[in-house]
Design a protein around this ligand. Structure first.
Ligand code: NAD
Length: 258
């Protein structure tokens, strides 16, 4: 895998934790210049430390992907790093509290949609503009097994992840003839900051049991790893996927097949 992305510039949102951090590391190991966007400076510092041993260039940018002003400003800085963005991974996202559909606070609904849907669209808008000017590129969005399934008490999150799939597929057909490929990766349960947050109300003893119970929901009877998602993102971003656009690659231990 080493060198597969030598000479390429990759932009990753949500690069400060979990799947985004691991994918940053995988791209760095493969020789890419990595630009990491996150709203958490602390998270980006941790990513920077993890990437240091690869020798790859890592450029951290603090921005809120759901903010209409800060996204174009961050992309202006990103575009100045090497003059291009060959691959983008729109991955930043948040979860919701466990709440029935009719009881979700309007403010929480707006927050989930702003970050998970508008955030992906704002980044795609900037990326597509750049990629049209440079003559092509690849975009991967983080969908979810909940882009294809439902889950009680998760209506806002499920709706947002269904929307990410719609955004991916529709934009993919619009720009397919412009050498811009747009795909989604749909992870199953992955132990990251997001999962820890979902289990924050469960006591220490119950947390392991809860993680095991989530793992058992997958046909493979386990959770996935951030690296397993990163590998799928690298495949979709690479020349090996040159004829793949508008696809949703499930990396979920078989969940999508249920
Ligand atoms: P995580 O919480 O570990 O990482 C998410 C990162 O996104 C954090 O660093 C956070 O600071 C950043 N972020 C959040 N809102 C942001 C904003 N407005 N602007 C910029 N950065 C922001 O979680 P993760 O599991 O690695 O999540 C990554 C993606 O994977 C999300 O889109 C999530 O919905 C998706 N996903 C996760 C799972 C899972 O089980 N963990 C399953 C399916 C899909």
């Amino acid at each position: 895998m080493t060198g597969r992305f030598e000479g390429k510039t990759v932009l990753i949102t949500g690069a400060g934790s979990g799947i985004g951090q691991e994918t940053s590391l995988a791209f760095a190991e493969a020789g890419a210049v990595v630009i990491g966007i996150d709203r958490s400076g602390e998270g980006l510092s941790a990513t920077s430390v993890r990437l240091a041993s690869t020798g790859a260039r890592f450029v951290p940018l603090i921005a809120d992907v759901g903010d209409e002003t800060s996204v174009p400003a961050a992309f202006e800085q990103a575009a100045a790093v090497t003059g291009r963005i060959d691959c983008a991974f729109n991955n930043a996202g948040i979860t919701q509290s466990s709440t029935l559909a009719a009881d979700i606070a309007h403010e929480e609904w707006e927050r989930v949609m702003r970050i998970n849907v508008t955030g992906v669209w704002l980044c795609m808008r900037a990326e597509i503009g750049l990629m049209l000017r440079q003559g092509g590129g690849s975009i991967v969005n983080t969908a979810s097994f909940l882009s294809l399934h439902s889950m009680a008490m998760q209506t806002a999150y499920v709706a947002s992840k269904h929307a990410v799939l719609g955004l991916t597929r529709n934009a993919a057909i619009e720009y397919a003839a412009n050498e811009i490929r747009i795909n989604a990766v749909a992870p199953g349960g992955i132990p990251t900051g997001m999962m820890a947050q979902s289990l924050a109300d469960v006591d220490e003893a119950g947390r392991d049991a809860a993680r095991k119970a989530i793992g058992d929901m997958h046909p493979m009877k386990r959770l996935g790893t951030p690296r397993e998602i990163a590998q799928a993102v690298l495949f979709l971003s690479s020349g090996d996927a040159a004829f793949v656009t508008g696809a949703c690659l499930s990396v979920d231990g078989g969940w999508a097949a249920l």
